[in-house]
Design a protein around this ligand. Structure first.
Ligand code: HEC
Ligand code: HEC
Length: 263
């Protein structure tokens, strides 16, 4: 009699137990602040943060254009991605090394960081044992605190833009002129206006990212612009984002070369 009762109780609890274990598998977004890092790593974490927020100053020797990491990875990457968040970094330390089965090769976080230094900032790779690289890795590790290794982290990476629209460059030129140019300049050179709300980094030409950068791909820029542009108030339709990206990615920019002499 008693065991039947226990059985009934168990059956009644099953949905709750299942719901609870599902809940546990979900990754929670709760990154610690850089300034809250413990004493023994705080200097490194803060230097990492400063490099990302002012790459021109804190990693000057490794940058070859006018961009800073935060231009695409907003706010030191401590964001949930999606709308207004740019490209997040929260959890990257748990995502790498990333194994690519087709190439039978793993990309580690040092390589991934240097990819953006060379391709997006038109610069040179940071030596793996440099104080700058150590600072960046320590920062990434700290803001990834609490996220399980190789968890599925939903806010990392740009959300793909699903659309059947064929991008039209001419329409993109119009959109560029009416929407983007007031911050990014008539000829994509960027602007540093007194009024911060009207400033933006360069989108093409020698001072912007190279043709080897992820952002130089139409689908990537369209997804980024759809979610984030104009900065602070993204309101493009999918069609406008695709058209604008078709126009911007068709403009001249520096060629990516691994050869640092060309740099
Ligand atoms: C209100 C000003 C403003 C407008 C309008 C605007 N942007 Fe931006 N954009 C910014 C700012 C500011 C950043 C850098 C954000 C940061 O550093 O936090 C940025 C960053 C970018 C970036 C990544 C960095 C780079 O320079 O490559 C791209 C790409 C971009 N914008 C595309 C566009 C496109 C396309 C449009 C028009 C559809 C547009 N933006 C309209 C202000 C603006
Ligand atoms: C012009 C835009 C741009 C700039 C500037 C930029 N990045 Fe990136 N970064 C990207 C794109 C695009 C991706 C790939 C996003 C994706 O996977 O969907 C990326 C990815 C990354 C990743 C891997 C994120 C992940 O989830 O796997 C790291 C780490 C990174 N960047 C570091 C940097 C550092 C460090 C700098 C400054 C030296 C920098 N980036 C500057 C565009 C940029």
């Amino acid at each position: 009699m008693k065991s039947k009762l226990y059985f009934l109780l168990f059956v009644l609890l099953v949905p709750f137990i299942l719901a609870f274990s599902q809940e546990e598998k979900k990754v929670v977004y709760d990154p610690p602040k850089p300034e809250d890092a413990p004493d023994q790593i705080r200097n490194a974490v803060m230097l990492g943060y400063n490099i990302l927020m002012n790459t021109q100053k804190y990693a000057a020797d490794y940058v070859g254009n006018d961009l800073n990491c935060h231009n695409c990875h907003f706010d030191g990457g401590i964001t949930k991605g999606g709308k207004n968040g740019g490209i997040s970094y929260v959890g990257v330390a748990a995502k790498y090394p990333k194994y690519r089965e087709r190439q039978d090769y793993a990309v580690d976080l040092i390589t991934r960081v240097n990819n953006c230094f060379m391709r997006s900032l038109k610069g040179k790779p940071l030596p793996g044992d440099s104080k700058e690289m150590t600072a960046l890795l320590t920062y990434y590790q700290w803001i990834s605190k609490g996220i399980p290794i190789y968890a599925d982290i939903p806010w990392l990476g740009l959300q793909k833009l699903e659309s059947d629209h064929e991008p039209v460059k001419e329409a993109g030129k119009e959109i560029y002129g009416t929407i983007c140019a007031k911050c990014h300049g008539e000829s994509g050179q960027g602007s540093k206006s007194e009024n911060h709300r009207m400033s933006g980094p360069p989108l093409w030409g020698n001072d912007s990212f190279t043709d080897g950068a992820g952002m130089s791909r139409l689908e990537v820029m369209a997804a980024f612009a759809y979610n984030n542009m104009p900065k602070g108030n993204p309101h493009l339709t999918k069609e406008q984002a695709l058209d604008a990206a078709a126009y911007v990615t068709d403009q001249p920019r520096a060629k990516f070369t691994k050869d640092s002499e060309a740099w």
